[in-house]
Structure formats: structure tokens, C-alpha cells
Design a protein around this ligand. Structure first.
Ligand code: ZN
Ligand code: ZN
Length: 180
């Protein structure tokens, strides 16, 4: 969906209410494809103050994520706000300040909300998804997801705190280096 900025600026309304949903389906995250399970709910407003243009949006959707501990797929509820100023690209060079995260530059006279929302989601998802803070990941020994009675191995010493957590794929490496 594209917003016609110039038209809005020419109009006599200083605020435009926005309420729509976007079907993004997937987002390409450096080659990793993130599935967007539900249409992204977007509501908010575009407004003009002293001929400067601001965009405030609330966005909400569900992403399909892979737990970095147990490697299972789960539904990750994503909720966030976008609060930015929209500035035409022509004005980019006139600004001496450093790159400001709160400014989005647009080309021509429109802004592509699909791209804007996709980018915002990418910038605001965690580095690692965890299905549940109590997720204990996979058993180092047999590879089964650790739940009570899920396997007969001794997982008693396992700590689920982030500091203590060792990726099962790295555990072997760690044991190896401790032998030196
Ligand atoms: Zn998990
Ligand atoms: Zn096991």
C-alpha cells in the first residue's frame, strides 16, 4: 500500500487517520524467510505540524518463529509502534545531522507502507526467538526436547538462565575446549 504524501500535503486536512491491514506473507531477513501468519493490523495517523510530516502507527501481527533453544516452530505475537517524521529525499543533503532513526526519507511523492512496516518488523524482532522463557531446549545427549520425563538422560544440572544456557550445538565444542 502506498500513501500519497504530496496529495495529503496539498489537502487542507492536517491529520489523516489510517486504519488498514497488510498481507505481507513473508519477510526476507538476510535470506531467512520469516512467515507472517496473520494480516498486519495497522492503525494510526499521519499529521502535519508546521509543514513537517509525522507518522504514528500501531502495528500488530503474529510471526512464525523458530525457538533457538528447542528448534520448534511457534507463534510469536508482534506488537510495536512506529513514530517517525517523513522527509523528502531531496532534503537529505541539507541535513547536517547524523542519520536519525526517527526520520524516514521518501522518494517521489509517495511512501510505500509495506516496505516501511517490513523494515520496522525486522528492526524490532529479537535476535533469538524463545518459545517460552522456561524452554529447556534439547537434550545434549539424545537431542529430544527436554520436558519432564521426555528422555532418560540426566539433565539435572541444566540451567535455563540465558547466562548459563549453552546451545546444544555448541555444547560439544565447550566440553572440548575445557579438556585442554
Ligand atoms: Zn523452545
Ligand atoms: Zn536425552
Amino acid at each position: 500500500m502506498k500513501l500519497d504524501i504530496e496529495n495529503i500535503k496539498k489537502g487542507n486536512k492536517s491529520t489523516v487517520d489510517l486504519d488498514f491491514s497488510l498481507n505481507l506473507n513473508t519477510i526476507d531477513y538476510d535470506g531467512d524467510i520469516i512467515k507472517v501468519k496473520t494480516p498486519v493490523d495497522i492503525s494510526g495517523k499521519l499529521y502535519i505540524i508546521d509543514s513537517r510530516l509525522y507518522l504514528n502507527l500501531k502495528i500488530k501481527t503474529d510471526l512464525e518463529a523458530t525457538c533457538s533453544r528447542c528448534l520448534e516452530l511457534f507463534s510469536y505475537p508482534f506488537k510495536s509502534n512506529i513514530n517517525v517524521e517523513l522527509v523528502h529525499e531531496d532534503l537529505l543533503h541539507q541535513q547536517e545531522e547524523e542519520v536519525d532513526e526517527d526520520i524516514i526519507y521518501y522518494q517521489e511523492s509517495t511512501i510505500d507502507l509495506d516496505d516501511l512496516v517490513k523494515e520496522h518488523i525486522l528492526m524490532n524482532i529479537p535476535m533469538k526467538f524463545i518459545c517460552d522463557t522456561s524452554c529447556k531446549g534439547l537434550c545434549y545427549n539424545c537431542g529430544v526436547k527436554i520436558k519432564d520425563g521426555s528422555c532418560d538422560c540426566d539433565n539435572g544440572s541444566f540451567q535455563s538462565d540465558d547466562d548459563e544456557y549453552v546451545d546444544p550445538r555448541l555444547a560439544k565444542l565447550k566440553n572440548f575446549s575445557q579438556q585442554d
